[in-house]
Design a protein around this ligand. Sequence first.
Ligand SMILES: [Fe+2]
Length: 248
Amino acid sequence: MRIDFHSHILPGMDDGASDINESLAMLKMLSESKVDKVILTPHFYRQNEKIDSFLKRREAAFEKLSAAAGEVCGCPELLLGAEVYFYPSLSSDPDFHKLCIENTGYILLELPFEQFHDNFYSSYSKFSNNCEQKIIFAHIERYLSFGNTPHDIMKIFEYGNALCQMNCSSPVEASLLKKKTMLRFISDGLISAVGTDAHNTSRRPPMYGKAEKLIVSKCGQRAFDNVCRRSEMILEDRSLREIIQTNI
Ligand SMILES: [Fe+2]
C-alpha cells in the first residue's frame, strides 16, 4: 500500500495549498502515482497558536476538502495528522495527543533547522522524557544540512526510540551526498515512511511516483515494500519495536 505520510494539501491551512482547486490538483497528482492514502499534516507551531485553535481550523479545512474530494478519480483516502514543530514544553501539554496521526499514538515531529548542539540535545531529552506518544522525525534528511552529520542525527535516537520519515524529493532532487546517505538509510531499514511534503503543484509538487521508481531502482523492490509495510504498521498503531524489526 502506498501511503504519502507528509503533505500540506488542506486548503488555506498553512503555506501549502492556497485554495480548494490547488488541493484537488495535488490529490489528482497523488492519484496518478497510485497513492492509496495520504496523511494531511499541516504545520503546527505552538509558539504561534494553541492546539485547540489549530484543531478547529484543521477540521474546517478537512470538511471542505472531504466534500470536494469525490471530484478526483481514484482519490487517496484522506487521514488527519500534523507536522508538529519541536517546542520544548509541548509534550507536557494535556492536549498534545490530539496532534497524533489519526487513530494512532504517533506524532510527526519537525526538529529545528540548526546545528544540533548540547543545548538542543538536552532540551530534546526533556521533551522525550515527558512524551507518552511515539515519535516520527519528519524529513530526516533535512537535518543533514546546517552542519549536522549522520552521526549527529543518529544521536537523537539515544533519547528514546523513534521512527524516521523521508521526503520523496530527497532521492530525486537532493545533493549527491544527501541522496546517497538517504538511499543507504532506506537499504539499512532506517526509513519507516516516505512523504511528498507537497505544498503546491509547481515548486513543491507531490513526487511520489518519481521517488518510488528511484528507490526501487537503487535499493530494490523489497526495500521499498518494507517502507510501505512499516507505514501501514504505523497506521495500525503497532509498537516501535515491531515496526523497526519488520523485514518482509
Ligand atoms: Fe512539511
